[in-house]
Design a protein around this ligand. Structure first.
Ligand SMILES: [Mn+2]
Length: 424
C-alpha cells in the first residue's frame, strides 16, 4: 500500500480548521522568538524507525499477532514509508542484523529512496545465537572469557558495518546483553577489559567517517550484573575507543528515578552523546509508547537536549530512534503516537524562555525557575505540529488520517492475517 500526496492534500483540506497559533505567536514574540523558525525545527526533526518495530512485539510469556505484518525487509520499508508519508518525521530506518539482512542491496536502496527513507545507525546482535552459529554467546560476547566467542562477536560487528557501508549508513550501535546472573559467575575486571579490547577492535575496523554508539543497560537479561551497566561505563569505553565513539542513551535503560536529563546534560557538555532511543516505562525496560507514562520527564529531557544542541556545538547532532515494543497496539499507530509525543516534547522545549530562566537561576529564584519550565510544558503546542505538517506535506492529524485511509485493513488484504515479522 502507498499513500499519495493527493490523499494527504484532500485529508488536510477537510481538516484544516483544527489549528490556530495566534495566541502562541504573540507569546513567542514577547520572548523574542520567531515562530516560523520553531516550525522549521519541528519539520527538520527526523526519527529513525528500527526494522524490528513494524511487527508485533512480545514478552517472554507470549506474542499476539495482528494481521498484515511485514514479512520481508522490503515490506518493513514500505511500512516506514507509510508512517513517513503521514508524519514526514520518520525519514530513516535503523536496521538490525541478522534479522534484516538485505538480499538485494540495490533493490532495498531503491525502495528506501522511493519512500524518502535514509539508513541510520546499524544494529548488531550478539545477544542470541543464530541457527548454525559457530560459537555461542550464552556466556557473553564481546566480554567473553572464551576467545573464540569474543572473536566471533567482533567479526559479526565488522560484518554489520560492511553491510551498512553498502547502504549508506554511517554509524554502528552496539548493545550488549553481556553480564552475569549470579555473584562470582564472571570476573568483573576481566569482563570489562575484554569488552574494551573488543570494542577497540571494532572501532579500528570502521571507516573513518563512521561513528560507534555504545548503549548501556543496568540489568536484563542478566540479573546480577551487566558489563556496560551505566552511562559512566559507556562513556569510559567510548573515550577508550576514540573521538568517533559515543554513548547512546536509551530511556528505558535506567533504574527507576534515575535523573536522565542530567545524564544528557553531562554527556553533551563532554561532546559524547551520540545516539538516543525513545520509549517509556513505569517499572523497567518496559518499551512502551513514548510519552505514555511520564510526559513531563520526556519534556525535561528534551529541555536539556535543546539546550545542548544550542550550546554544545562539539557534540554531534544525535541519532534519534524509537526503541519500543508493540504488544497490544497496531505498531504503526503506536509509532505515530510516539512521534507525536516526541515532537510535542521537542516543541515545548523549544518554547522555554531560556533568557528568563537564566536570570531566575542567577537570582536563585527557584519558584520562577519552576514556573518557566512548567509554563512551557503546559502550553498546548499541537498547533505548531499541525502547522509544521501542513508545510512539510504530512497529514495534519496523522493518526486520524491513518484510520480514515484504512491502512491496516489494506495491509491485511495485501499480506494476510497469518504473517509474522522477523525480530524477537
Ligand atoms: Mn535501545
Amino acid at each position: 500500500m502507498k499513500i499519495t500526496k493527493d490523499q494527504i492534500f484532500d485529508f488536510n483540506d477537510k481538516n484544516k480548521s483544527s489549528y490556530e497559533n495566534d495566541f502562541l505567536n504573540k507569546k513567542l514574540q514577547s520572548q523574542g522568538k520567531n515562530m516560523d523558525e520553531i516550525i522549521q525545527k519541528i519539520i527538520d526533526f527526523q526519527v529513525a524507525i528500527p526494522s524490528w518495530a513494524l511487527g508485533a512485539g512480545g514478552t517472554r510469556f507470549g506474542r499476539f499477532s495482528f494481521g498484515g505484518e511485514p514479512s520481508s525487509l522490503e515490506q518493513k520499508l514500505e511500512d516506514i514509508g507509510l508512517i513517513h508519508a503521514l508524519t514526514k518525521t520518520a525519514g530513516a530506518v535503523s536496521l538490525h542484523i541478522p534479522w534484516d539482512i538485505p538480499e538485494d542491496i540495490q533493490a532495498i536502496k531503491d525502495i528506501a529512496l522511493d519512500n524518502g527513507i535514509l539508513f541510520d545507525a546499524m544494529n548488531s546482535n550478539t545477544f542470541q545465537d543464530q541457527p548454525n552459529a559457530k560459537e555461542s554467546y550464552k556466556y557473553g560476547s564481546l566480554n567473553s572469557i572464551n576467545q573464540a566467542s569474543r572473536e566471533y562477536a567482533v567479526e559479526h560487528n565488522i560484518e554489520v558495518v560492511k553491510i551498512g557501508e553498502k547502504l549508506g549508513s554511517k554509524s554502528l550501535t552496539v548493545w550488549l546483553a553481556d553480564g552475569a546472573s549470579f555473584p562470582g559467575q564472571i570476573n568483573f575486571q576481566k569482563a570489562l577489559y575484554n569488552t574494551e579490547d573488543s570494542l577497540k577492535t571494532i572501532y579500528g575496523n570502521m571507516p573513518e567517517d563512521w561513528k560507534l554508539f555504545i548503549e548501556y543497560k543496568p540489568y536484563e537479561p542478566n540479573f546480577y550484573s551487566t558489563t556496560i551497566q551505566d552511562w559512566g561505563t559507556s562513556f569510559m569505553l567510548a573515550n577508550a575507543c576514540g573521538d568517533r565513539a559515543y554513548t547512546l542513551v536509551d530511556l528505558g535503560h535506567h533504574l527507576p528515578n534515575t535523573n536522565i536529563e542530567q545524564i544528557v546534560a553531562t554527556l553533551m557538555m563532554k561532546g559524547k552523546l551520540g545516539g538516543f532511543h525513545f520509549n517509556d516505562s513505569k517499572y523497567g525496560d518496559d518499551d512502551l509508547t513514548v510519552g505514555a507514562i511520564k510526559p513531563y520527564n520526556l519534556f525535561l529531557i528534551f529541555n536539556e537536549l535543546v539546550y545542548g544542541m544550542e550550546q554544545n556545538k562539539h557534540n554531534p547532532y544525535p541519532a534519534w530512534m524509537i526503541d519500543a515494543s508493540h504488544n497490544i497496539k497496531d505498531p504503526l499507530e503506536d509509532l505515530i503516537q510516539s512521534l507525536e509525543a516526541i515532537l510535542i516534547a521537542y516543541a515545548q522545549a523549544l518554547i522555554v524562555d531560556r533568557k528568563a530562566l537564566e536570570i531566575a537561576q542567577l537570582e536563585n529564584d527557584t519558584v520562577t525557575c519552576q514556573e518557566i519550565l512548567q509554563d512551557a510544558y503546559r502550553t498546548d503546542v499541537r498547533g505548531l505540529l499541525k502547522a509544521a505538517r501542513v508545510q512539510s506535506g504530512a497529514a495534519i492529524d496523522p493518526l486520524k488520517a491513518y484510520r480514515s485511509f484504512n491502512v491496516r485493513k489494506e495491509l491485511i488484504n495485501e499480506r494476510g492475517t497469518k504473517v509474522v515479522a522477523t525480530g524477537l
